[in-house]
Design a protein around this ligand. Sequence first.
Ligand SMILES: [Zn+2]
Length: 141
Amino acid sequence: MDEHKAELDRFHVPDDAGEYADGLVAIMMRIPDGWGRWISCDRGWYPIIIDTDQRLAELDPVYVVHQVKEKFGGLRYYYQQSGMVSDDVERQMDEVVQEAEARAAKTCERCGTEIHVELRQDLFRILTLCEVCEGMKKERR
Ligand SMILES: [Zn+2]
């Protein structure tokens, strides 16, 4: 057994998953072998991505997830339809993901609080954080 491959295919349940562990595992189960079973965003977005998976699964029970991650301060939910649903359903699935990405843009990635400033930029990267989490981040520096 190739060790690198085994590591990719392992379920990387985040340490802070808590009550969201089952929901996150359900998403990782949809990631094909070899892609890497990680959820690469912080805890504040877990409810959004779990809700997204459940809504997509209702429309297309065997749809596939490629990657779920934060990129440039935004949620990216990369998925593929099974090819067994109608064009209309595929369009609905695209809308579900667009809604999730829009919701994440207004949700602190760390604590899940709704925020009204969409993106906060610091020297290194753009983050979607509420004022409290933004403040905590500065104190830790
Ligand atoms: Zn926050």
